[in-house]
Design a protein. Structure first.
Length: 271
């Protein structure tokens, strides 16, 4: 696949974290990450993060690089929070009455769950299923089933297997919300109109850019809207097939520093 020179078109590049820049199962951040961020900034292009993670759960290795490179634009929790230079541009908390109904259902069916904000994470209980999925993301969480009553919650992570998808669908408990599976044991649950794409569009508008001027890299099902709405959507070589099918380009895998090599090939940074 030939790659066009995109230097004139692209003014901002969003990066997914897990399996795009960072391999969570190995706690390995691309050794090129700092170089990528710095070279983009030197070329007048804004590097930014778009993740399903809450900011508080970013990998420590990535946070270190973010601080070194001065990255200051973050679309987190699948677009439910948009922060630029420390200023919140948009936030989309879930209604407390809706959360209460969902939590009641999960309790009835012995489904553990987590509440996400950008600053803190709380879980209903520490079950083996929750820990298997969640502990590679963060172990910095406390148990509190009632946290949502006094605080805004932007995303819920219930921990159930694909075998239970039918139960959830038949109950209609999550109807109207966005539900995206990120692990065999868990899904992201957030605002029905929400996505990384919405968060990116808010950021682009704030900065006076069109979506045509934005590039994004991703690998997961929660990246599909993002890759189809930006000017140039790039799927990782290790991405799921559904993601590759909607992308404009497919880069090499995260293991092979696919992001770095694609950015060089399309002229956004120099080798």
């Amino acid at each position: 696949m030939s790659i066009l020179n995109l230097r004139q078109q692209i003014k901002m590049v969003f990066f997914d974290i897990d399996d795009t820049l960072y391999m969570k199962d190995k706690d390995h951040l691309s050794e090129r990450a700092l170089e990528i961020f710095k070279k983009l900034r030197a070329n007048g292009i804004i590097p930014a993060i778009a993740s399903g993670r809450a900011r508080v759960t970013f990998p420590k290795k990535l946070e270190h690089v973010i601080a070194q490179a001065g990255v200051d634009l973050f679309v987190t929790m699948n677009g439910q929070s948009v922060v630029y230079q420390g200023q919140t541009l948009a936030k989309f908390p879930l209604p407390k009455t809706r959360i209460a109904t969902i939590v009641e259902f999960f309790e009835q069916h012995q489904i553990a769950y987590a509440f996400l904000t950008n600053e803190q994470v709380f879980v209903s209980e520490r079950t083996p299923m929750l820990r298997e999925a969640f502990d590679v993301i963060t172990t910095d969480y406390s148990v509190d089933k009632t946290y949502f009553k006094q605080h805004d919650i932007y995303q819920i992570l219930p921990f159930y297997t694909q075998e239970q998808d039918a139960l959830i669908a038949q109950s209609a408990i999550l109807e109207g919300l966005s539900v995206v599976r990120w692990h065999p044991n868990s899904v992201d649950v957030f605002d029905g109109q929400g996505s990384k794409a919405r968060g990116i569009e808010i950021a682009a508008t704030h900065l006076g850019l069109a979506m045509e001027n934005v590039m994004a890299f991703g690998d997961g099902l929660n990246d599909i809207e993002m890759l189809t709405h930006v000017g140039v959507g790039v799927a990782m070589g290790n991405a799921q097939d559904k993601v590759k099918q909607v992308a404009d380009y497919v880069a090499d895998s995260v293991e092979n520093d696919g992001v770095y090599h694609f950015l060089v090939q399309c002229g956004l940074i120099e080798a």
